[in-house]
Design a protein around this ligand. Structure first.
Ligand code: CP
Ligand code: NVA
Length: 300
């Protein structure tokens, strides 16, 4: 079972602002010097209940580059997927592994897993949060524009795990967050009201983008919501992030998207491919560097 000394990373709130800043600084160092032996003899377990390209590759490559190993554990192939209780799986897995990342549906499931794990557990995406992506996003902003503290960020789209992670980031990295989410697709009320000093709900995309230094969006239909796709396409009409919307943002504003992106829906093809504004490829690569820094922090 988790002891007091076991640190988990289930949301950005599991680290202090100073710790997060140190992880980003270390990620930038590791990007410049990616190979070392710091994870020699360490084994990462990677529990996936949902699909992934970036998350799987970045964790697996990151372990390899630092001398460790990673085991891919799809719920299709483990007993977890056949109904073995989370608390049993967590105790057994953590008795053999040094660190575990979990991508699953309900956030309560990863909380339960962490409660019974004797080693650090990393949230590699739940329905509620995607904090590893925020490490990469914050690192990318730091690389492109310097400190995000005091800046303005616009999030346009679904009030999903990315949106909710941006709310936590606004608190931890000290920026103003202007949200545009259609009615019925807003982030949890409590999360917004608890962060009222940092977060404002705008009337629509144009108002949200006003003066923003960073504009962010994400898919309108997240993993597990496929049956709602048609309803969502209608609800999000007018929410495409494109050059016209970006013209409301600051002159040197950049655009981010965690990917996978759906061109012609939440983002125009032209904007996504416009590398003078869109930093999505660096943002994706930075998952690798940021998570290496995160694992180093949690294992130390
Ligand atoms: N952004 C992200 O988490 O991508 P994957 O779903 O491909 O891992
Ligand atoms: N909000 C998306 C992010 C994918 C990386 C999802 O949960 O499917």
């Amino acid at each position: 079972m988790t002891t007091k000394a076991t640190r988990h990373f289930l949301s950005l709130l599991d680290c202090s602002a100073d710790e997060l800043a140190a992880i980003i600084a270390r990620a930038l160092e590791l990007k410049a010097s990616p190979v070392n032996d710091n994870f020699r003899g360490k084994v990462l377990g990677m529990v996936f209940d949902k699909s992934s390209t970036r998350t799987r590759i970045s964790f697996e490559a990151g372990m390899a580059q630092m001398g460790g190993n990673a085991i891919f554990l799809s719920s299709r192939d483990t007993q977890l997927g056949r109904g073995e209780p989370i608390e049993d799986s967590a105790r057994v897995m953590s008795s053999m592994l040094d660190i575990i990342m979990v991508r699953t549906f309900a956030h309560a499931s990863i909380e339960q897993f962490a409660r019974y794990s004797s080693v650090p557990v990393i949230n590699a995406l739940t329905d509620a949060y995607h904090p590893c992506q925020l490490l990469a996003d914050m690192m990318t902003f730091a690389e492109k524009r310097g400190s995000i503290s005091g800046k303005t960020v616009a999030y346009v789209g679904d009030g999903n795990n990315m949106c909710q992670s941006y709310i936590n980031a606004a608190r931890q990295f000290n920026f103003q967050l202007q949200l545009a989410c259609p009615e019925g697709f807003r982030p949890a009320d409590k999360l917004v009201s608890n962060n009222a000093d940092r977060v404002v709900l705008c009337s629509g995309p144009r108002e949200a983008a006003q003066g923003a230094d960073l504009v962010v969006t994400d898919t309108w239909t997240s993993m597990g919501q496929e049956e709602e796709k048609e309803k969502r396409l209608q609800a999000f009409s007018g929410y495409e992030v494109n050059h016209e919307l970006m013209s409301n943002a600051a002159n040197d504003a950049i655009f981010m998207h965690c990917l996978p992106a759906y061109r012609g829906l939440e983002v125009s093809a032209d904007l996504l491919e416009d590398e003078s504004i869109s930093v999505v490829w660096d943002e994706a690569e930075n998952r690798l560097h940021a998570q290496k820094a995160l694992m180093e922090f949690l294992l130390s």
